[in-house]
Design a protein around this ligand. Structure first.
Ligand code: NDP
Ligand code: GDR
Length: 323
């Protein structure tokens, strides 16, 4: 059985990717960092089917050890400090993990498993102040946060290792993708969780920042399929992955609240704390290369995604309340 190493397996994407790889017959090795409390909520259901190993993107020798011990055929580097606002408060940590962490992974692979295939989780945040609409693989980059800057580094070092050492290393430039497993601080889950809490009488409002910004939101489960497809190609290349549609945060609110028979205008309050020092106003992908070369397409559309997330939060909270 081929062996896949997944960093960031405890995160949203890691959990869906691991499930998909198990279905495809891989031995899945998930790298987790040590913490005083276990953070396996998203992978509880597959814990006994995967191998969990400790390692940290800060620590080179831990990475080398993982490569030596498990000899992966495919490596998915999903681990990162991934929350954009935190990157202004912790810019150096974000650079260490989200940028230099990629080099540490690539270098461990170069030394131990140079023939393995490497996937880097690049981001539409690299387009930042967009230079072109829609954004494709050739759109110039203009990141707007320490996170975006760190991802640009990760993106280019992946290309550099491919070109310098002839390694099979690719970047997927993924636009926002969400799910019921999305972290609670990201705007989509913050809204759907808020809607469910308001509907069930636990809260009376949600404080949000910029409602005007526009994102290209898809369903995370569709996106992990694209990661795998990129590593199955004959030759390595980078791909933009997104829906090709863009929606305002306000529109997300409208749909989420109206699914619960509520009017968002009554419950969403402006909160200055959630505005950013520099904003990414508009993201919209041109995923035509992925469609043509990978045969990849979304299965879940925007409205369906929003409603799925609200319903999942309603179910989760009702279960907790014993309803
Ligand atoms: P999450 O924030 O849900 O998961 C991040 C993962 O990285 C967690 O498993 C976390 O572990 C792990 N991690 C953080 N720091 C370290 C470290 N120092 N060493 C080892 N592991 C670490 O992110 P997503 O699943 O949403 O995203 C996956 C990747 O894709 C990230 O790189 C993200 O930047 C990128 N991306 C995401 C997009 C999206 O819309 N979701 C779009 C484009 C790119 P722990 O559980 O211990 O915190
Ligand atoms: P983003 O996602 O920054 O695009 O990064 P996030 O959901 O945090 O923000 C999206 C947009 O919503 C606006 N917004 C708010 N955001 C948050 N978090 N909280 C609020 O209260 C709020 N109010 C308005 C933001 O200003 C922004 O415009 C995500 C992450 O997953 C990255 O790791 C990934 O690389 C990119 O998507 C693609």
């Amino acid at each position: 059985m081929p062996v896949a190493l997944v960093t960031g397996i405890t995160g949203q994407d890691g959990s869906y990717l691991a499930e998909m790889l198990l279905e495809k017959g891989y031995d899945v090795v998930g790298m987790v960092r040590r913490s005083s409390t276990i953070t396996f909520d998203r992978i509880e259901q597959i814990q006994d089917k995967i191998t969990i190993v400790q390692g940290d993107l800060h620590d080179q020798s831990s990475l080398v050890n993982v490569f030596e011990e498990y000899k992966p055929d495919e490596v998915y580097n999903l681990a990162a400090q991934s929350f954009v606002p935190t990157s202004w408060n912790q810019p150096v940590l974000t650079g260490e993990v989200t940028a230099l962490g990629v080099t540490r992974m690539l270098d461990a692979m170069r030394l131990v498993r140079p023939k393995a295939r490497f996937y880097q989780a690049s981001s539409s945040e690299m387009f930042g102040k967009v230079q072109e609409v829609p954004q494709s693989e050739s759109t110039p980059l203009y990141p707007r946060s320490p996170y975006g800057v760190a991802k640009v580094y990760g993106h280019w070092i992946t290309i550099n290792y491919r070109e310098s050492y002839d390694m099979f290393a690719v970047s997927g430039i993924l636009f926002n993708h969400e799910s019921p497993r999305r972290g609670l601080e990201f705007v989509t889950r913050k809204i759907t969780n808020g809607v469910a809490r308001i509907k069930l009488g636990l809260d009376t409002e949600i404080g949000l920042g910029n409602l005007d910004s526009r994102r290209d939101w898809g369903y995370a489960k569709d996106y992990v399929e694209a990661m795998w497809l990129m590593l199955q190609k004959d030759s390595p290349d980078d791909y933009v992955i997104g829906t090709g549609e863009t929606h305002e945060v306000r529109e997300f609110c409208e749909i989420a609240f109206s699914y619960a028979d509520l009017d968002y205008k009554e419950f969403v309050k402006k909160d200055e704390r959630f505005f950013r020092p520099a904003e990414v106003d508009l993201l919209v992908s041109d995923p035509s290369k992925a469609k043509q070369e990978l045969g990849w397409e979304i299965k879940v559309g925007f409205k369906e995604l929003v409603e799925m997330m609200v319903q999942a939060d309603l179910d989760k909270i009702k279960q907790k309340l014993g309803q």
